[in-house]
Design a binder for this molecule. Structure first.
Ligand code: FCB
Length: 450
């Protein structure tokens, strides 16, 4: 029995530009911060980069046909900002046309972490002007594609980008600013608000955002651990959703930390709380936090290490099962976070799960030509059931997109971590649907449609 969803529920698959496109210099495209970061050496596992990635730029027609073959309704992808800056919107015209010809709805994300290096050189997200530049970029795209694209996502996971890229050094642009990174978060939120305005002005019918969320639990009931978990969740969850859905930051500390004078901040927050048609939630795993214990070694708990001196420390989440990436498998965390969002935000728009999935180190197709990824099927099944549970609990969820359509370049982890429903052989770039792809197809076909 497959989990069942209300009529009209939309299924999809997600990808992002830098992780799949390759064609790093095609059409005069300049570098993004990920081109720079990966070229530095010692930044990505096995020294890998996305210069070729899975060459989706040239193989998009095959990829879109494969995605459509699973019976999904929506395909979420992202634009490469440096590519668009170089004037190559033609590629996205071809891509969108092919998505539509295959009967799918394109759901593009404006910004999925690949900032043009020239903007980084001018201060990147620490510079308020980057928000205005994103709005200009949004207008280029909506003017060219707005006749064919009805659903738009502004930003992807501003929290992860701010934490890993600006607070720590594990992702591009590796700034290592600690709590000093908060302005980078604020400027992304401002970019979101400005983009919503631009998209709507040019007739976009449906606008949303993709935010990563996760339940944060204190390791014990002690006041110190509870305070540490609250601060961590404020910084990584609510800093990026309260301004959008409540019109303010979760605490005075964070309001002060974003470094914008009060009157200006109030005007910014007005823009940031623009009405949305849907709210995208990316979910992977919960986090457990404690107040730092003197002398204890916390390295290796998260994919990245929180530097010493921070007032919170992640500890391993209790879970019997982990993905091959080491992420805890806790499907109920998805139900929990959806219910929490509904309780926290009376005006929560309909939710779409814009990412959810798992990395397993799948073996290449065997003599039967198949990739047997039972653990991914179990993961997807359990998480889709968790979504169905949230719907039963009264949360309006309108869709689910799995991460990812295809195996791809998993940021600092390179090509080892395979999240795709479609296997990619990285030596010859051939594509093979995995068993999970057929499972997803059958699940979608099993839904009673209205
Ligand atoms: C998310 C990112 C996405 C992918 C998955 C595994 O944080 O948005 O690009 O890397 O994790």
């Amino acid at each position: 029995m497959y989990p069942q969803f209300p009529p009209g529920f939309r299924f999809g698959m997600s990808t992002s530009a830098y992780q799949i496109e390759g064609a790093a210099d095609a059409g005069g495209k300049g570098p993004s911060i990920w081109d720079t970061f990966t070229a530095q050496g010692g930044t990505v596992r096995n020294g890998q980069d996305g210069r070729v990635a899975i060459d989706h730029y040239h193989r998009y027609a095959e990829d879109v046909a494969l995605i459509a073959g699973a019976g999904v309704q929506d395909y979420r992808f992202s634009f490469s900002w440096p590519r668009v800056l170089a004037g190559d919107v033609d590629f996205y015209e071809r891509l969108v046309d092919s998505i539509l010809e295959n009967g799918l709805r394109p759901v593009p994300t404006l910004y999925h972490w690949d900032l043009p290096q020239e903007l980084e050189d001018a201060g990147g997200w620490m510079n308020r002007d980057t928000a205005h530049r994103l709005a200009d970029y949004a207008s280029t795209l909506v003017l060219r594609l707005g006749d064919r694209v009805r659903d738009w996502i502004t930003m992807n996971e501003m929290n992860v980008h701010t934490l890993y890229g600006y607070a720590l050094g594990d992702h591009a642009p590796a700034r290592g600013l600690g709590l000093g990174a908060l302005p980078a978060g604020h400027h992304q939120l401002l970019a979101h608000g400005l983009a919503v305005q631009v998209l709507r002005t040019h007739g976009a019918r449906s606008v949303g955002i993709a935010n990563q969320h996760f339940p944060v639990t204190p390791a014990t009931d002690s006041p110190e651990d509870v305070a540490a978990a609250t601060l961590f969740s404020d910084l990584t969850n609510w800093t990026f959703s309260d301004p959008i859905l409540l019109g303010d930051y979760p605490s005075e500390l964070i309001r002060a930390g974003v470094g914008v004078p009060d009157a200006q901040l109030d005007r910014d927050l007005e823009l940031i709380k623009a009405r949305l048609d849907f709210y995208g939630v990316n979910y992977y795993e919960p986090t457990m936090i404690e107040a730092p214990r003197v002398g204890k070694d916390y390295s290796g708990v998260l994919e990245v290490d929180i530097p010493e001196g921070m007032p919170f420390s992640p500890v391993p989440v209790k879970s019997d099962e982990r993905t091959d990436f080491g992420w805890a498998i806790v499907p109920s965390g998805l139900t929990d976070i959806l219910v929490t969002l509904k309780e926290r935000y009376p005006a929560l728009p309909p939710v779409i799960i814009t990412e959810n999935g798992a990395s397993f180190h799948d073996a290449a197709p065997g003599p039967d030509g198949r990739v047997h990824d039972e653990r991914r099927i179990a993961y997807l099944d359990a998480h889709l059931s968790a979504v169905a549970d949230a719907i039963s609990a009264g949360v309006r969820v309108d869709g689910y997109y799995c991460w990812s359509a295809l195996d791809n370049f998993e940021w600092a982890a390179g090509f080892d971590e395979r999240f795709g429903l479609i296997y990619v052989d990285f030596s010859d770039l051939s594509r093979t649907p995995k068993d999970s792809y057929y499972w997803y197809r059958d699940l979608i076909a099993s839904q009673a449609r209205s």
